[in-house]
Design a protein around this ligand. Structure first.
Ligand code: ATP
Ligand code: MG
Ligand code: MG
Ligand code: MG
Length: 563
């Protein structure tokens, strides 16, 4: 390709709104342009990178027996109502109506559609296991779309779903995907770590996230540096994401309610004027009035398990079943009490602050209703309660753990029978007995991976593409457009490269050499061939973008070296 004819609108200035380096560089190097918050157009260079990442993902999925399909982006509300997620998914779901007033959503993920497909098409054990995947735009109305492609509202994901007869089968599929993901991110040239993760809203047990290590990452990873242990986990696994609940309208005046014995979550949430499905996330915060546990949006069972996990990690105990109800009911309020179970692992300032907070909590069997966070007390993100952190003992081997920032580029997830049961996806075994199909789901953020690659591979001048996903491999630059020998030689080298199947461009623009060099560094072609003055001695320059290493080669040799 000829740079003079390509759409590569590079900019000298860093766009003000771009906070992270990948966003800045993708805009500056002419890769992406914004259409709306979290929605982007991919220009030619970016699209080549996307296609390369997709191809790597595709090859690894196919190698494991995955079959590529394409499901609809527009999904009928009925399926989501059937799975129960229409109400649970919340404002992240893009909802729309057709001309008849029927409800639809834009797919943020495809468990419903694929389970519907499989319940219709699979009936026998002979059809299992089955691995189906797609590469597709996903839609999530993120609370804070930001960081360019890292957190978009429209983004490309590969999602694969596995269908097995039983847990053992699922184990096999899970291991295959785990291995495939390792291959994918290695082939993309990334430094990453699979970490134990929290099952969160999807529900289920085993799950790992693949984290690209980078300072700009939104996730915190704790890992054990000891060999061969290598234990690693998302801090979220111990403590839920620090999302502050929105300030809510108070349903009434502040009022202390004594919870008699076994008050159900339904009763409590009804009292608060919200449905129990709103309860999803366990958030443990320190408030002015003491330790608070709030559970917002989601199902109760999951929350109680999660809350218990949080309390376990904190080595705290809840006073009794009433208190659990109190805590569970604290959907928009706060509750307690919680007490210290034993001496915490790290006895430092943070823990002291925590135990002080705990003592001031609400009394047993009672919780406050009509509490308005923000009015009656301030939510305070309690980062201090993370006891799993740098310096803590690894749960596996006891070595001191390290902390790092990570970008979640993929996640593998054992769903079990969560969807097959509610949607009725069953199969008959050899004896003709019916069982729910055991499922897994596995996502790779294709466009986020592209951003993560830049976060990890750049310098002050621009992008340092890993060769496997670089938009082009070589740029050929004639230094002077007026020197016909230089131009002819550059054209010949370019022609030979293309002939040899090398992905090359020639910067044939009528620009000063400085401009071409700057753009070449910004775009990040791994190799640059400069045809300049040394041509007098029959030589051209081959420069490696990553380390700046330069070798002078005979113009007749250079193509051989690059191939
Ligand atoms: P996050 O925790 O960052 O919100 P997630 O856990 O909600 O991500 P998954 O549902 O696990 O995301 O989706 C699979 C993959 O899709 C993620 O690992 C990530 O790489 C990618 N992804 C998710 N949300 C976005 C987004 N808003 N923009 C770009 N990629 C995304
Ligand atoms: Mg998310
Ligand atoms: Mg996540
Ligand atoms: Mg995830």
């Amino acid at each position: 390709m000829r740079v003079s004819q390509m759409l590569i609108p590079t900019l000298r200035e860093t766009p003000a709104e771009a906070e992270v380096v990948s966003h800045q560089l993708m805009v500056r190097a002419g890769f992406i342009r914004k259409a709306a918050a979290g929605v982007y157009t991919f220009l030619p260079l970016a699209w080549r990178v996307v296609r390369k990442i997709e191809q790597i993902v595709r090859e690894e999925m196919n190698r494991m027996g995955g079959q590529e399909i394409m499901m609809p982006i527009i999904q009928p509300a009925e399926l989501w109502q059937e799975s129960g997620r229409w109400d649970v998914y919340g404002p992240e779901l893009f909802r729309l109506k057709d001309r008849h007033g029927r409800d639809f959503c834009l797919g943020p993920t495809h468990e419903e559609i694929i389970t519907d497909l499989v319940r219709g098409e699979v009936s026998s054990y002979k059809q299992l296991p089955l691995l189906l995947y797609q590469m597709q735009n996903k839609y999530r109305d993120e609370r804070r779309p930001r960081f360019g492609l890292m957190r978009g509202r429209e983004f490309i994901m590969k999602d694969l779903y596995s269908f097995d007869r039983d847990e053992e089968g699922l184990d096999v599929s899970y291991k295959k995907m785990y291995e495939a993901y390792n291959n994918i991110f290695r082939r993309c040239g990334l430094v990453f770590r699979p970490v134990e993760a929290d099952s969160g809203a999807i529900g289920g047990n085993d799950t790992h996230e693949f984290m690209v290590l980078a300072e700009s990452g939104e996730a915190t990873v704790v890992y054990c540096p000891a060999e061969p242990c290598g234990y690693a986990a998302n801090v979220e696994r111990a403590v839920s994401p620090p999302e502050l609940p929105a300030v809510q309208e108070s349903p009434g005046p502040l009022q202390e309610v004594v919870t008699p014995g076994q008050k159900t979550v339904e009763q409590v949430t009804k009292g608060l004027g919200i449905g129990p499905e709103r309860i999803i996330k366990t958030i443990l915060y320190q408030t002015e009035k003491g330790m608070a546990a709030a559970l917002v949006r989601g199902d109760r069972e999951v929350n109680e398990i999660k809350l218990q996990k949080v309390l376990d990690v904190l080595r705290l105990e809840i006073a009794g079943p009433e208190a659990v109800e109190g805590l569970t009911g604290a959907a928009v309020g706060f509750a307690g009490p919680v007490g210290l179970k034993d001496i915490p692992i790290v006895a430092d300032q943070e823990v002291e602050a925590m135990s002080n907070a705990v003592c001031g909590a609400n009394k047993t069997g009672a919780h406050l209703m009509g509490v308005n966070p923000g009015r009656d007390f301030q939510w305070q993100k309690c980062a201090d309660i993370r006891l799993v952190k740098r310096g803590c003992a690894c749960p596996n081997c006891g070595s001191p753990m390290e902390e790092a920032r990570g970008i979640e580029v993929g996640q593998v997830f054992k769903l079990g029978t969560k969807y097959s049961k509610v949607l009725g996806a069953d199969y008959l075994d050899e004896k003709g007995e019916s069982h729910p199909i055991v499922m897994g789901c596995y996502g790779v953020g294709v466009t986020r991976t592209m951003a993560a690659a830049i976060e990890q591979n750049h310098d002050k001048d621009g992008i340092l593409w890993p060769v496997s996903i670089a938009p082009f491999h070589v740029v050929v630059i004639p230094v002077s457009n007026k020197d016909s020998r230089q131009v002819e030689t550059a054209e010949r080298i370019y022609g030979e490269l293309v002939e040899a199947g090398v992905e090359a461009v020639i910067d044939d623009r009528n620009e000063r050499p400085g401009v071409k060099f700057k753009d070449a560094d910004l775009v990040g072609y791994p190799l640059r061939i400069t045809v300049g003055k040394s041509l007098a001695e029959g030589k051209v320059e081959l420069r490696h973008r990553r380390d700046g290493e330069v070798v002078m080669l005979l113009e007749t040799e250079v193509v051989k070296r690059v191939r």
